[in-house]
Design a protein around this ligand. Structure first.
Ligand code: NAG
Ligand code: NAG
Ligand code: NAG
Ligand code: NAG
Ligand code: NAG
Ligand code: NAG
Ligand code: NAG
Ligand code: NAG
Ligand code: NAG
Ligand code: NAG
Ligand code: NAG
Ligand code: NAG
Length: 376
């Protein structure tokens, strides 16, 4: 089967070689059909083109770099996410600067545009020593906001959630046209004609049973890039970046995706990339009711849009997400230790510990919190 694909690719290669742009020539193993198709708008964030039909939803995605459909917890000394946040659940923070990584927004109790808000909380706001750059919308709050002002705005979380799940499923259904093989070699997947060539699609994590929803050879290996050691990008060639890239990352429901390579985004600098992290059944089929835990234990930052509407994200104290993060919950590094020692306030998170290798209470270092003392 793989041989077939390669020989078909070579036939196409012979036909179109004269027309190829030079950057494609170096991608020896990559389907020439991929290279030869017309490049689309590579600079527009992927999510924008899919949400363009509804400006109110798109505005919310532009206004809030972090959108969380459940609770957002930031215990003292665990700050990683420094951008605007919209939270459908409760917001708990101690010694936190919301939206510090944005130009200063003049705070107005008259704010009506979502762009003027740093923090929107549909649940309860429970803060200690917390500042917010931009207006705050919250109907119910305890604790103090050291610096910040209140106004009211409505974010339609239910619509956002529905769209996020829809887009996540849309990408999950795309057949991969790119594959990272065992050992970290980049090669081609299945070419399905020009209609499927708007993106470079990779799908990781072959399912555990014999018959997955896709043939085995279409799955990328997560070992080197996400669970390996010193990943510096594919070994044989650079990632093609002339079109947007989608990383589908199916994760078995109720398990933990432990992203532990120091720099999984190596080689993806400047790429227009979307990570689609979603729960699946043992067959690899999308589990619309499932949840998974994503432990970002990298040391470097990850760029791109993180589409993870059914995922509980836990970050360590190094690196971070440089662009958008859409998630089911955002929990801090303290929560991961509670997960390992079964003291988590979230029963489903305690349940999800079963796949993590190693033990236990000091799984993630909660010291070395300030960037100055963190080892670079
Ligand atoms: C890409 O999209 C952006 C935003 O929609 C637009 O401003 C820009 O002109 C587009 N570029 C091309 C080459 O189409
Ligand atoms: C756009 O989203 C809003 C909620 O943000 C929703 O009320 C409206 O029905 C949506 N419009 C379309 C055309 O889907
Ligand atoms: C967020 O801000 C804190 C405090 O300034 C800093 O230690 C941390 O490195 C920042 N996080 C990221 C991802 O830049
Ligand atoms: C308030 O938070 C800042 C960091 O955001 C920290 O430097 C400061 O020590 C905290 N103050 C108190 C009284 O906890
Ligand atoms: C936000 O963070 C980026 C990357 O860490 C940095 O280059 C930029 O200067 C920061 N912007 C602000 C306003 O702090
Ligand atoms: C809010 O609006 C009122 C009425 O339009 C205006 O008088 C007031 O100056 C505004 N306040 C701020 C902080 O913009
Ligand atoms: C926001 O709305 C609530 C409920 O209607 C109201 O009690 C509160 O005063 C409003 N806050 C502001 C800043 O307008
Ligand atoms: C996503 O929404 C589109 C448009 O409403 C619909 O046709 C499609 O079936 C939806 N996909 C899923 C997986 O729900
Ligand atoms: C990782 O790989 C790069 C490039 O091959 C090399 O320069 C660096 O020393 C390696 N780092 C470690 C910790 O092995
Ligand atoms: C479990 O983790 C929590 C959160 O980090 C911590 O407060 C607690 O002391 C830990 N318990 C044990 C028995 O290690
Ligand atoms: C996170 O990474 C650190 C080293 O970077 C390692 O010591 C620790 O075991 C990792 N935690 C988990 C849960 O993999
Ligand atoms: C701390 C801990 O190990 N908690 C749970 C992890 O998962 C196993 C298996 O599901 C449970 O038995 C533990 O209680």
């Amino acid at each position: 089967m793989i041989q077939d694909l390669f020989s078909r690719s070579r036939q196409k290669f012979n036909l179109v070689i004269m027309k190829l742009i030079s950057t494609c020539l170096s991608l020896l193993l990559i389907s020439t059909s991929v290279c030869a198709s017309t490049p689309s708008n590579n600079t527009t964030p992927i999510i924008d083109s899919l949400l363009r039909y509804n400006t109110s939803i798109l505005d919310a995605v532009h206004a809030f770099k972090g959108i969380c459909f459940g609770d957002f917890n930031a215990e003292e000394g665990t700050q990683r996410f420094n951008k605007s946040i919209a939270v459908q659940g409760n917001f708990v923070s101690n010694s936190f600067h919301v939206n510090s990584n944005a130009t200063s927004i003049v705070c107005s109790a008259n704010a009506t545009s979502m762009m003027d808000f740093g923090l929107v909380v549909a649940g309860t706001l429970n803060t200690v020593n917390t500042t917010v750059n931009g207006a705050i919308s919250s109907l119910s709050s305890t604790g103090s906001i050291t610096d910040g002002c209140f106004s009211n705005i409505t974010v339609d979380f239910d619509s956002l959630h529905r769209e996020a799940l829809n887009i996540s499923q849309f990408f999950a259904q795309q057949k991969p046209n790119m594959v990272i093989r065992d050992g970290g070699f980049l090669s081609d997947g299945q070419f399905l004609g020009s209609t499927n060539q708007d993106y470079y699609v990779y799908t990781f994590n072959k399912c555990a049973v014999d018959t997955c929803v896709m043939p085995s050879y279409l799955y990328s290996s997560p070992e080197q890039i996400f669970h390996g050691g010193n990943w510096t990008g594919p070994y044989n060639t650079d990632y093609p970046k002339d079109k947007p890239i989608v990383f589908n990352i199916p994760v078995l429901t109720d398990t933990v995706f432990n992203m532990s390579t120091a720099n999984p985004a190596a080689g993806l600098e400047g790429a227009n990339i979307l990570y689609n992290i979603y729960p699946v059944l043992t067959s690899g089929a999308y589990d619309v009711n499932g949840h998974v835990v994503w432990l970002r234990n990298t040391t470097e930052a990850i760029n791109g849009f993180m589409l993870a509407p059914s995922t509980y994200v836990i970050e360590n104290n190094k690196g971070g997400f440089t662009d958008n993060l859409m998630t089911a919950r955002y929990l801090s590094v303290v929560d991961v230790n509670a997960m390992f020692n079964s003291t988590s306030a979230y029963p489903d998170i305690v349940h999800a510990n079963s796949t993590i290798a190693g033990n236990s209470s000091a799984a993630v270092n909660t010291s070395g919190i300030t960037s100055s003392s963190a080892k670079k």
